[in-house]
Design a protein around this ligand. Structure first.
Ligand SMILES: Cc1ncc(COP(=O)(O)O)c(C=O)c1O
Length: 415
């Protein structure tokens, strides 16, 4: 498992003496796939790209207009403040209260980061070091594992697809591991598996956190992309949550502002302060014009967020119905930007990496192999619903044609 970077690098070795922490990062499993995607695109071949959760739609025009306006003010070109400007933090607190009934102090319980991934990674660095252990959900969004690895911590990956068992195994690990885990990372709606939970999950998690004395980091990246009336619960709206943890949210998904790099860490004041301390050394904050446009987004573009979720729901339906028609199995996700599908039977022996290569090479459809999310992901593919419904239907037709024109691998007899 490794980052979802789009770089076409295949080689993981260096001719210079890089630090041990770089060497601890495993071989680049997406390397071959990204290289082929890059080659195809360079040759002018159309690739339907369902590989990354990278929104293709622009943000609401009101947000971009505000950015343009803010850019023409010379004072916005100076270094900003590392934690985020006060009005932005106030707006985040207001939105949390409106959406989840959570009260946050903008000064001590809200911090802006350069995308939630940056904040998450630096928080792991602020909390963990050699000898510390984090429990992470498996299959895993790569940074959930590697932020801990880069902080020199140990990882215990627990299958998250049955949330009750996930909780049981957290309790079991806390009872039996010495020293006990220091941090538990949760991510619902989950990337890549699409697993969702209800509020009572967090009630139990907070109880465990208090009993076993661990800190919780909730990655709530897909908070805004929910379907059919489901509302993903916020970890912070659980009584006592702020005593034990923080939650990361982002403007990348619901507001389609992925390239703008703006997200938030909210909740436990001491954890927020630990992150602020590290960030105070590493960066000077987000471009101020982006922060101002983000305030406007939260004040005036809530309808656009709902429209974005409705659009993803349509895409989910188009992709799931199409894939089901050609015999694929999957659970329709209730939230998020991904369909997590089982590799259809005659093909599963190929393994997810080779199967994903085949789809890219022969069907012109890029998907993420489940193996890219750890061993638990093998046997699956993750398809991001980032292209429009017409392109998604085209992707299904291409896949169907490619598989019906090919011969599945034969079982090798074992003696
Ligand atoms: C679970 C999860 N967390 C965080 C992120 C990154 O979000 P941001 O753009 O805010 O860094 C992603 C993006 O794909 C994600 O899937």
């Amino acid at each position: 498992m490794r980052s979802e970077s789009e770089l076409p690098f295949e080689d993981d070795t260096f001719s210079i003496p890089v630090a041990e922490r770089v060497k601890r990062l495993p071989p680049y499993l997406f390397g071959k796939i990204n290289k082929l995607k890059y080659e195809k695109r360079s040759a002018g071949i159309d690739v339907i790209d369902l590989g990354m959760g990278n929104p293709t739609d622009p943000p609401d025009p009101i947000i971009s207009q505000k950015l343009t306006e803010a850019i023409s003010d010379p004072k916005n070109h100076r270094y900003s403040v590392s934690n985020g400007i006060h009005n932005l933090r106030k707006e985040v607190a207001k939105r949390y209260y409106k959406k989840y009934g959570v009260q946050l102090d903008p000064d001590s319980e809200v911090l802006a980061c350069l995308g939630s991934k940056e904040g998450f990674s630096h928080l792991c660095l602020a909390l963990m070091g050699p000898g510390d252990t984090a429990i992470v959900p498996a299959p895993s969004f790569p940074i959930h594992v590697y932020a801990v690895v880069l902080a020199a911590g140990n990882v215990i990956a627990i299958d998250v697809r049955d949330p009750n068992k996930f909780l049981e195994r957290i309790a079991y690990t806390c009872e039996h591991l010495y020293p006990a885990p220091k941090v538990v990372i949760v991510n619902f709606p989950h990337n890549p598996s699409g697993t969702c939970i209800e509020q009572d999950f967090y009630v139990d998690l907070v109880k465990l956190a208090k009993k076993y004395n661990f800190l919780v980091i909730s990655d709530f990246a897909y908070a805004d992309i929910c379907f059919e009336g489901y509302q993903a619960p916020s970890f912070l709206s659980t009584p006592g949550a702020k005593d034990v943890g923080v939650e990361f949210t982002t403007m990348s998904k619901g507001y389609s502002m992925a390239g703008w790099r703006i997200g938030f860490c909210t909740g436990n004041a001491e954890m927020v302060r630990a992150l602020a301390t590290i960030k105070g050394y590493y960066d000077y904050g987000i471009f101020q014009a982006v922060q101002i446009a983000a305030i406007v987004a939260m004040r005036h573009a809530e309808a656009a967020v709902e429209a974005v979720a409705a659009e993803y729901e349509k895409r989910r339906d188009a992709l799931c119905e199409g894939l089901e028609r050609i015999g694929w199995e999957m659970e329709k996700p209730r939230a998020g930007m991904f369909v997590w599908a089982k590799i259809p039977e005659p093909w599963s022996k190929m393994g997810s990496i080779d199967f994903a290569m085949k789809l890219l090479d022969e069907a012109g459809v890029a998907v993420s192999p489940g193996r890219g999310f750890g061993e638990e992901g093998e046997g699956h593919l993750r398809l991001a619903i980032v292209e429009n419904t017409q392109r998604l239907r085209q992707a299904v037709r291409n896949i169907g044609r490619c598989l019906s024109d090919s011969t599945p691998p034969v079982e090798t007899a074992t003696t």
